[in-house]
Every structure is written in structure tokens, then in C-alpha cells.
Write a protein that binds this ligand. Structure first.
Ligand code: ATP
Ligand code: MG
Length: 183
């Protein structure tokens, strides 16, 4: 599975609809301080099911909605869409019937988040499952926040083990076992 497109609308500083085409290979995002580089990575994490406002550098999840500036009013919702190329059919069962998978998360003030996968309503859990084995997802060690390296060095052994398990690709297994135990 490969990310091919990231679309943002009203997410943090990306108030106007923004459509990023992600091509194979290395992508660099450059720009001055405060231009929104970290916001882009946060959008990626958020659409994959991140539920901790602190991971979005906010106090509450609605803080991801464009808050307004002196010249523009605040928005009432934020939406991020992530398109995955699934031509090699590596997506987990239940998502694997199409060449392309589009995940959309939208948050509306006072109404919380809603997810859609290929235009069908989905739960946060479904979206997290979609990414659980792909060495990606909201908590993926492949996404390194600013300051995270310093945190890793000072982490307690248990927290460090979780990171290693993610990196080894076995956390999807745990997530599914946990899911099975709840059923
Ligand atoms: P640096 O190079 O310093 O790491 P950066 O390019 O990573 O900068 P970001 O941290 O992504 O920049 O962007 C910060 C900007 O996003 C700030 O100007 C902040 O005001 C703006 N921002 C964050 N949340 C919102 C929001 N909800 N509404 C409007 N603007 C927001
Ligand atoms: Mg940054």
C-alpha cells in the first residue's frame, strides 16, 4: 500500500482545500518556520485514527479545526482525506476489494469525528485496523515528531518496548487479539 494523495480542508493552518500528490520515492517538504510542515504530518497521523489531542499539539481534538485569523473567520469543520494505492492488494481483509482506498476523517465542532472508507461510513477502529499491519498508522514509529528522539532516549523501558514492537511489525497482531477478546 502506498500513500498517493493527501487532501486537507480546514485542518489547522490549511484553511483552503489543499491537494498533495505523493509520488513514489522520497518527498521533501520545505518552508519557513510556522508554514505548516508539521501540520501536514499531523494531518496524516490524524486521518489514520490518532485520538490524542496532545499528539496534535492541542488541548482538545477540535483544536485541529482552522481557528481563524485577523482576516479570516474560523471554520466549523476540518476534513482530511488519504488515498492509498492498493493495486498490489496488500490491504487487510475487508478493505481489499478495490485498487484504491480512500479514507476520510471529518471533525465538526460539537459533533466529533466521523470516518468514511471508500465512501462508506466506518468506525475509528476500522481505520486503525486498516493501518495496523502496514508499518504505518497513527502511532507508527515511521512518523517521528519534532522532539521525539529526545523523548525516546529518556523513555521508560515499557514505553521503549512498545516502540520496538511497532517497529518489528507485531503490534497489529496485538490489536487484533485485543479486538477478538472484546467480541
Ligand atoms: P517549524 O519549522 O517551526 O517546525 P512548521 O512548518 O512545522 O514550523 P507548523 O508547526 O506545522 O509549522 O505550523 C504552525 C502554524 O500552524 C502556526 O502558525 C499556527 O498558528 C498554525 N495553526 C496551528 N493550528 C491552527 C489552527 N487550528 N488554526 C489556524 N492555524 C493553526
Ligand atoms: Mg515543525
Amino acid at each position: 500500500m502506498q500513500f498517493t494523495r493527501l487532501r486537507l480542508n480546514g485542518f489547522k493552518s490549511f484553511v483552503d482545500p489543499t491537494d498533495l500528490v505523493i509520488q513514489p520515492g522520497l518527498t521533501g517538504v520545505v518552508g519557513p518556520n510556522g508554514c505548516g510542515k508539521s501540520n501536514l504530518l499531523e494531518a496524516l497521523r490524524w486521518v489514520m485514527g490518532e485520538n490524542r489531542p496532545t499528539a496534535m499539539r492541542g488541548a482538545g481534538m477540535e483544536d485541529v479545526i482552522f481557528a481563524g485569523t485577523a482576516s479570516r473567520g474560523a471554520r466549523s469543520f476540518a476534513e482530511v482525506a488519504l488515498v492509498l494505492d492498493n493495486a498490489d492488494r496488500l490491504a487487510p481483509a475487508g478493505f481489499n476489494d478495490q485498487d484504491q482506498i480512500e479514507v476520510i476523517r471529518r471533525i465538526t465542532r460539537d459533533a466529533g469525528s466521523a470516518y468514511r472508507v471508500n465512501m462508506k461510513d466506518a468506525r475509528a477502529r476500522d481505520v486503525q485496523m486498516l493501518f495496523a499491519d502496514a508499518s504505518t498508522g497513527a502511532h507508527s514509529p515511521a512518523l517521528v515528531r519534532q522532539g521525539q528522539i529526545a523523548e525516546l532516549i529518556s523513555a521508560r523501558p515499557k514505553a521503549r518496548r512498545r516502540i520496538l514492537e511497532e517497529a518489528a511489525g507485531i503490534s497489529g497482531l496485538y490489536a487484533r487479539r485485543h479486538d477478538a477478546e472484546l467480541r
